[in-house]
Structures are given as C-alpha cells and as structure tokens.
Design a protein around this ligand. Sequence first.
Ligand code: WTA
Length: 664
Amino acid sequence: MGDDDVELEARLAEQDVFEPPSAFAEQANVADEAIYEEFEENWPDCWTGAADLLQWDREYDTVLDDSNPPFYEWFTGGELNASANCLDRHLDDRGDEAAIEWIGEPVDEDDRTYTYAELHREVNEFAAALRDLGVGADDVVTLYMPMVPELPIAMLACARIGAPHSVVFAGFSAEALATRMNAADSEYLVTCDGYYRRGDPLDHLRKANEGLDAVEHPVSDVVVVDRLGPNGDDFGHDLGEGQHDYDDLVAAHAGADVEPVARDAEDMLFLMYTSGTTGQPKGVKHTTGGYLAWAAWTSQAVLDIEPEDTYFCSADIGWITGHSYIVYGPLALGTTTMMYEGTPDHPDRDRLWQIVEEYEATQLYTAPTAIRAFMKWGTEYPDRHDLSSLRLLGTVGEPINPRAWKWYYRHIGNEECPIVDTWWQTETGGMMVTTLPGIKSMKPGSAGPPLPGVDVQIVDTNGDEVEAGRAGYLTVQKPWPGMLRTLYDNDERYVEEYWAEYSDTDSDDPDDWVYFPEDGAKIDEDGYITVLGRVDDVINVSGHRLGTMEIESAIVGVEGVAEAAVVGGDHPVKGEAVYAYVITEDGYDGDDEMRDRIVAGVEDAIGPIARPQQVIFTPELPKTRSGKIMRRLLEDIANGDALGDTSTLRNPEIVEEIRASVQD
Ligand code: WTA
C-alpha cells in the first residue's frame, strides 16, 4: 500500500457515518425525505403507489382488509397476472431490450441474452406445454433447478397459467426435494440433467430421480432441461416414463399463445420452503398482488432500478432473494436482470468483477459471506477490472461487520456508490429495514431505519420498546403488502410461529397483533437498527437458513448415534458454521469412520450446505435439571468463549470435558 492508501484506510476505519454520494442522490428514484412522514400519515393507503407499479386486470376495491388478523389481505378484489406484469406489458417499449443476461459458468461459451420478446415467446411456449401436461390453476409445480434461464422461464410459465411454483434449491439433497414435494402434494417437477461447478459437469438428474423415488404420491410428469448437452453423456441418463425433454416440449408448442390467467390479488403466486425451529420445513405462502407490488416497489426505491439498468444480483433463485430480486422485482420494472450460473472463484477469483466489467453492471446485490471471501482473497482481483459502471451496492442475508462494509464501499464501489444493507426474510417477501440510498446516511454495521410505512419496534420480553442502545427483539407492528399470508396448509403453525409471542391471539383488533421474525436487534438514537441475529434455533451459514433440528434429526438417523445437539459457531467467512455434538450408542466408537458417516448423513438429508464443520463426540450433553440441552454453552465452546453460567446444570463437569475434546 502507498502512503495515500494507508491514510485513506485509517480515515475509513474511523468514519462511522457516510452520506449518500451526491452524484447518486441527484438521480435517485426516491429523493424526498418527506416520504417517511407521508407514508406514516397516509397508512395503509401509502401502498397504492406500490400497486400502481403493476398492471391490474381488475382494479382492487380495498387496500387492506384487516378484519381477521393475522390473516391480512391486500388489494382485495383486484386481479392481475404476474407473468403479464413481468413480460407482456413491456413488449412495446422494451421488446428488443435484454430482459435476462445469463452467464454460464464456462467462460464465454454459452452465455445467452433473452430480450423481453424472446422471453415472452419461450414463457408462452412452456406455459402451453405445462397446460397440455395437465397442470391447472392452483397445482403446485416443483422446480428443482440450478441457475439456468429455464428456471425463471418455468416460474413465469407457472405464473401465466395460475399454477404456484415451489422452487427447491439445487444444492439441496434428494431427500429434501422429496420432503418438499410431499408437503406441497406436488405432482409436477421441472428439473435438469446437470450443471457446471468449478469447471466440472455435475449430475443433477440422479439426485432428482432419487428424490422422486421417495415422493409418497403419484408424480404425473417430470420435465428435464438439457443443460449439459454431450458433456452430460457420461451420466448415462435416459428419460424414464413420464419424463419429457424441455426442448422437445417447447419445440412442440412453437408459436403458442397462452392467455395469462387473471389471478385474484390474494391467490398464491408461489410457495417457498424455509427452515424453522422444528425438523419440518415451513411452506411460506406468497400472493400475486401484495408480493409483486412489494418486490417491484422495493426494487425501485431501494435498489434504485431503472429500465435502462443492467442489474446484477448474485444470489441463487433457489432462495427468496433470487425470487424477489432477480426475477419478480426487476422484471416487473422492465429492466435487464443478470444471472450467473457458477461460483465467484471460477476460473479465477475475479470472475464477478470480470462479469461486472463486461456487462457494465449498474447495481450489485450480494451477501456478506461473499464480501468476506472477496476481502480475504485481496484487492488484486477487483483491481484488475473497471467497475465504474456500478452505481449502487447492496447486501442481504446476515449482518455485515463494519470492516467488510468499508472494504466493499472502497474497493468495489470506489466510494461512489451507496450501500444498502437490507434486512428482510423469506416470510417478509422483500426488504423491510434499510436506508433509502438517495436520502439516508449510512452507518456501517447497521441496516438502517425501517422503510417508510414499515412499523418496526425493538422490544423487550414484555413487548415494551427498549431504550436506544439496548438489545431487544425485532418486531413488526403493522402488516405490509409483501408479507406471507400463512404457512401452506397450516394456519395454526403460522399463528404459533410468527404471532403468538407478542400478540393477544384472542383479539380481532389488528393493533393487538405483532409479527415476530425471531431476530434480536438494537436501535440507536437516530432510529437505526442493528440486527444481532436469530434468537431461535436457526443458524445462518453463508446467508442460508438452516434449522438445528433438521440437522439433528439427520444425525440421529445415522446408525450408532444415540443423541445429537447442533449449534452455530462463529466462522470468519461463512458467518456461522455447523458444530455437531454427538453421543454414540454403546458399542460404537466416535472415530473417523463414524464422523464420515455423520457428515454423509447430513449431506443426504439436507445437502452440502449443512455439512458440519466439526463433529465432537461426547459421553454426555450439558443439560439443565429438567433435561433441556444448554445450547448456549455449546455455542460458547464452539466459539472458544468464556463459558456462561453452568450452575443450573445437572452435569457441570461435562462442559470442561467437551471443551478439552474440541481443543484437541
Ligand atoms: C438474517 C433472506 C442482518 C436474519 C432474505 C433473517 C439479516 C434471516 C439481514 C432471513 C441483514 C437477513 N442483516 N441479518 N441485512 N438480512 N438477515 O429467510 O436473521 O433466508 O431473519 O431471507 O436472515 O433469512 P432468509
């Protein structure tokens, strides 16, 4: 580093408030601070502006129906179609402009551009194909696909015919696929032969087929995208009965026009399974009107998307971030959205920067775990490229520490881009807490104030607001259009999981209902919220939500395991890593062979993302007198922290024993 650099680093290290760069502020989509007050005074009608970003087949009658909390309904009486909103209405102005820029992992081999007209064409053809297979409105179609363009095409084709989709992350295991298809009673699957990972073709269809074997009801049809061509020949797949080649289906429906089905605003657009406190994933239900309005409005206000932009979100569409901010939000606004198939370090650690430069990306939305990896790799990689096309940077998925924030600000944004640190969840549908980038100062490490019209309070266990600076629980006090409507087929669990904690569940008065996302947080004097992380048994590995119960039940399914407890321990790049404490059955040794079987068991049940970083064999687990496992102590051990109070333990001596074995 030169002297100037050293000086700059020192200045940045000390600075804890950053103003929006003026060049950005001058052109920002939201430029007037009055929006906060206006939305508060005008709530819930303030959300008509979000609804106005959409094209309605039938105007809605009521903005919010809150007569039956917490089963809120938004834009009731309205009708619309999400695929028409993302495609048809842009054809006149944007038909020849790129809707999707898809970048395959192999460099420059088969990148594809879909203009709005081309995307519209293929979505119509595939929608016709699905309909001919018998898919009807309200049939859940499972999409088990990696980052190939046919994934958003399939999503929009489902939306066109009114069939909700349920996307299962391609990195999940066969068993995880089966669990989700069973839970949603889904009879249709769209998947693909394989995809590339760090240069090698990876067999995906084998996993899909194994998953299908474990589906408990008849599956009527499976569509398989041929991603690998001859490079997939070695896998030796032949399509079985009821399996169709995607290209054949689309070719057979060439030129088809499918009238978009008018959906009620409250009709389900999609289901997304996410981890909770029990072993069973939760099917989060999102709707057509409220969700789409929320995705579009936040994309415009927070990501500052304009139709002329080339916007890049590096998430996977298998997670909610990709749904809202690769597919629905950007396409609803008629912009160009980018999709990258591979990892950021293939063929070299500058791959993302090469893509940003080549496509002149205007926004980059990524995760803190990725930023920490970039930071570790060093500045030489971004320095190889011209990143001056970037106008805004964003992060999502977990808290970002100030050091990583400043690295991102300086080395990717060249101090010219605002950073939006966006707090939200699968359940919220879109962003909830973040700065409006043209207006608000940024404080690294703090997500910012709630968005206008979003009523967030940080409360104590009694539900009373905590003072500035004190830690408490993040709550949302009023409903919002993008919210989940329920858990699929399980209204009771919906109330129990998200509302029961702070609501008077016997009341019909919406003021008595409070949404609890299960995150801890604190707030400062300026109303800026710093999210501290989950307070339930969910851990966040590389921005991915994993339930400790899901992992534990996978481990106890392994032969020779008597009991298991899983916690998250700090990890410099992943944020958290999985630590598994395991008690073996008599006659089994906690040896390498057993450890390998446990790791394999977790990968089979969930996928490689849940792979334990450490498996620690122990004769006992620290338990309270009533038999509850003291997870906090296990976390302390994983983190090498001083141990919390052990006085309530039935077996305090075990803690030191476990600690010694971790240090070995
Ligand atoms: C965490 C991802 C701190 C949080 C969109 C939340 C964050 C969970 C942030 C949701 C952020 C997300 N700062 N923590 N900016 N964004 N989280 O459902 O714990 O995969 O509850 O949605 O991620 O994860 P999910």
